[in-house]
Write a protein that binds this ligand. Structure first.
Ligand code: GDP
Length: 390
C-alpha cells in the first residue's frame, strides 16, 4: 500500500523519519511522499532521513519557531492559518500512485495534538483517497495536561479521519533508559508493526507471488467504517531456505525440507501470540468489528492451512464475521511474522481511563486558576492605601 505520510509535531516527525528508514532498509517502497510539519524549528532539525525541503515550519509569525508549548488549541489555530503552505508541500506527491494518507502525531503535546486533526480535515475535503490517522497516546506519568490534550485531540481526530490507529506509549514504556533512547526503541517497534501492515500487498516485481496475497484493498476494507484500531504482532526466527530454481518451482518440487505440520503450528501459535500479547493499543479483542491477519515470511513457510486456522481462530476471538487473512512473502529477514489488525475496537478500558483522568485534570485546572486569581488579588490588595501610577 503506497502512502503519503504527514508527521505533525515532534513525535509525528520522528515516526515519519523512522518510516523512511524502514522503507530504505527493507526495500518495502511504501512511502510515496512524506512531509513533517512543526512549530518548533529545533525539532525539524533533529530529523535524519527526511530531506530538508520536506520540513515545514508553521506559525512563525505567532511563535517564532519556538513551538506552541503543549497548547493544542494554539497548535490547531496555527495549522489552520498555515494550511495553504502544508497542502502546497503535498503538491509534489504523486497522488495517482498513492493509496492513502497517513497523518501521524503524538496526541499529548501541542503541535501534533492540535494540528493533526486540522490537517486530516483539510485532506479529506480535497482528496478522495482515504485519510488515516496514527495517534500516539502519552504515558500516564506525563501528567494531567498531556492526558487532557490527548483526550480532547482523540475526540476531534477520530471524527476527521477514515480510521484512527492508536499506539499507547503507556503500554510500551521501558524502564532504565533515558526518555530519548526509550522513544527511539518504541518508534522502531511502532514502525515495524505498521511497516509490515502497509508493505503487505506491495510485492515487488520479480519477487515471489503469494498463494493468497494480501492486497491494499483488504487493508482499506478492514479500516473502513471508521473508529479506532489496534495492531498486534509476533515473530519467530527461521532459517531462510535457498531460493528454488525456476525449473523446480515449475515442477512444484518442495525440496526445502520444511515440515508442513510444523509450519501450520508455527503460524497458528504466532497468530495467538500477536492477538493476546501486547497490542499497540491494549483492548479487549472481543467486539472488534473487522480484522485482518497478515502472515509474512519466506514463501516456503507461508502455509495456507496455518493462515486459514489462524483466521478462523481470530473470527472466534473477535466474534466478527469480517476477518480477512492472507500472506506477504518476504525474504531476507529470517523471520515468520503474524500481524493482526483489529479494525473498529470498541472495548478499550485505556481510552475510558484517559477520558476520566482528563476530566479530572480539566476540573483541577479550572479550580486552581480560579483560586490563584483570588489569591493574587488578595496579595496585591493594599486596602486602598496605595495607588497605581496611571
Ligand atoms: P508536539 O511537538 O507539540 O506535537 O509534542 P511532542 O510530539 O513533542 O509530544 C507529544 C507526545 O508525544 C508526548 O506527550 C509523548 O507522549 C509523545 N512523544 C514525543 N516524542 C515521541 C517519540 O519520539 N515517540 C513516541 N512514541 N512518542 C513520543
Amino acid at each position: 500500500m503506497k502512502l503519503a505520510l504527514i508527521g505533525v509535531g515532534q513525535a509525528g516527525g520522528k515516526v515519519v523519519d523512522e518510516f523512511l528508514a524502514y522503507d530504505a532498509r527493507t526495500g518495502a517502497d511504501i512511502v510515496r511522499g512524506a512531509i513533517a510539519v512543526n512549530t518548533a524549528k529545533a525539532d525539524l532539525q533533529g530529523m535524519d532521513h527526511l530531506s530538508t525541503d520536506r520540513r515545514i515550519l508553521i506559525g512563525q509569525s505567532r511563535v517564532k519557531g519556538h513551538g506552541v508549548g503543549a497548547d493544542n488549541e494554539l497548535g490547531a489555530e496555527v495549522a489552520e492559518e498555515d494550511i495553504g503552505e502544508i497542502l502546497g508541500a503535498l503538491d509534489s506527491v504523486p497522488i495517482h500512485e498513492t493509496d492513502a494518507f497517513l497523518v501521524v502525531a503524538g496526541l499529548g503535546g501541542g503541535t501534533g495534538s492540535g494540528g493533526a486533526p486540522v490537517i486530516a480535515k483539510n485532506l479529506k475535503w480535497i482528496y478522495t483517497e482515504p485519510v488515516y490517522g496514527l495517534g500516539i497516546l502519552p504515558g500516564s506519568d506525563e501528567g494531567g495536561i498531556y492526558t487532557l490534550n490527548a483526550a480532547r485531540s482523540l475526540k476531534t481526530f477520530v471524527d476527521e479521519v477514515d480510521n484512527l490507529m492508536l499506539f499507547d506509549n503507556d503500554a510500551w514504556r521501558s524502564s532504565g533508559e533515558s526518555v530519548e533512547e526509550g522513544f527511539d526503541a518504541i518508534n522502531e517497534e511502532l514502525v515495524q508493526r505498521f511497516g509490515v501492515l502497509f508493505s503487505a500487498g506491495e510485492v515487488a516485481e520479480g519477487s515471489d507471488v503469494a498463494e493468497s496475497v494480501v492486497d491494499s484493498s483488504e487493508i482499506i476494507n478492514t479500516l473502513k467504517g471508521g473508529g479506532i484500531s489496534s495492531l498486534g504482532y509476533a515473530d519467530v526466527a527461521v532459517d531462510e531456505p535457498e531460493r528454488k530454481s525456476l525449473l523446480s518451482r515449475l515442477r512444484g518440487e518442495s525440496d526445502d525440507g520444511i515440515d508442513s505440520t510444523e509450519a501450520t503450528n508455527r503460524i497458528t501459535s504466532l497468530v495467538r501470540k500477536a492477538t493476546l500479547g501486547r497490542l499497540t493499543l491494549p483492548c479487549e479483542v472481543n467486539g472488534t468489528e473487522r480484522a485482518l491477519l497478515v502472515v509474512a515470511g519466506p514463501p516456503a513457510y507461508l502455509n495456507r492451512k496455518g493462515i486459514e486456522h489462524g483466521r478462523k481462530w481470530l473470527e472466534e476471538q473477535t466474534g466478527s464475521m469480517e476477518v480477512r487473512g492472507g500472506d506477504y512473502p518476504r525474504r531476507g529477514e529470517g523471520i515468520v511474522a503474524a500481524l493482526v489488525l483489529l479494525g473498529g475496537v470498541t472495548n478499550v478500558p485505556r481510552v475510558k481511563e484517559l477520558q476520566q483522568v482528563a476530566i479530572e485534570a480539566q476540573q483541577n485546572i479550572g479550580e486552581i486558576t480560579g483560586e490563584s486569581e483570588d489569591k493574587f488579588s488578595k496579595l496585591m490588595d493594599s486596602d486602598g492605601e496605595l495607588e497605581s501610577l496611571f
